[in-house]
Write a protein that binds this ligand. Structure first.
Ligand SMILES: [Zn+2]
Length: 254
């Protein structure tokens, strides 16, 4: 019994605060891979002209200095921040989930998955969990994450589809299930008019993506209606795609 308790405690021990006082990265304007002198200290992720590797810019938790790090040091910086912020347990849990997904994808794709592959796959699974739990607000948030991730990686067509779907869900008024003693309790319907909204953030992202794709409004309308109709059947949404488009058009004066 004692051994068991000891094991639990040693397993869940969080590194103490002094552990984040580790020097990592460089505060000098030199490439962390090939040590070439850079013309200036980068403000954000840049490619080294000499060795073609990506240099990352972060803030060091021990002294709040801006530092330059290699790609494989990013997780370590994240870890040091988690120790400093007291979120180390959460960091470890997310890391485990990430590594597990990486292994699954490696088998499935028969190649090394990219960071984006892994993040997208985790978010797709999150969508399933939220839909099973009847948490449509959380479902919509996860979809928004997917859209942002796709946009950041220049997959604009795919990002636009996700943003349009988020907008359609928002116009249907998504609700989360209320939980009493961890069991979902149906006070609100899954979707209701009262919760319907047009979030300025989503409209902004849609417009930004349309500009990147150089698409006209007529083609956006067609895409909105076709992807919304599919989603409407899938999620049994109350609002028709055409009615949703009219509401959006009036709001945005497209
Ligand atoms: Zn270099």
């Amino acid at each position: 019994m004692f051994k068991f308790i000891k094991r639990i405690f040693s397993k869940s021990s969080t590194p103490n605060e002094s552990n984040y006082m580790v020097d990592i990265g460089s505060t000098e304007k030199i490439c962390p891979y090939c040590s070439v002198l850079l013309t200036k200290f980068p403000g954000r992720k840049t490619k080294c002209k000499a060795c073609q590797n990506y240099i990352y810019v972060r803030t060091r938790p021990s002294d709040m200095q801006r530092i330059l790090v290699k790609e494989d040091e990013l997780v370590r910086v994240e870890e040091l921040w988690a120790i400093k912020n007291g979120t180390y347990e959460d960091f470890l849990y997310k890391r485990k989930k990430y590594d597990h997904e990486k292994e699954l994808l490696r088998v499935k794709l028969n190649r090394d998955p990219t960071d984006v592959d892994i993040q997208l796959s985790l978010l797709q699974k999150e969508l399933l969990v939220h839909s099973e739990n009847d948490d449509w607000g959380l479902y919509r948030n996860a979809k928004m994450h997917i859209a942002k991730l796709l946009f950041k990686n220049k997959k604009y067509e795919a990002a636009l589809k996700e943003y349009l779907e988020v907008q359609f869900i928002d116009l249907n008024g998504p609700n989360n299930a209320l939980r009493i003693n961890d069991a979902p309790s149906k006070v609100l319907p899954s979707f209701s008019k009262d919760s319907a909204m047009i979030a300025p953030g989503v409209v902004y992202e849609i417009e930004r993506t349309i500009k990147k794709l150089n698409r006209d409004i007529e083609s956006i309308k067609d895409e909105f209606i076709s992807c919304s109709e599919v989603l409407r059947k899938e999620l049994k949404l109350p609002l028709s795609a055409r009615a949703a488009w009219e509401k959006l058009r009036k709001h945005c004066e497209w």
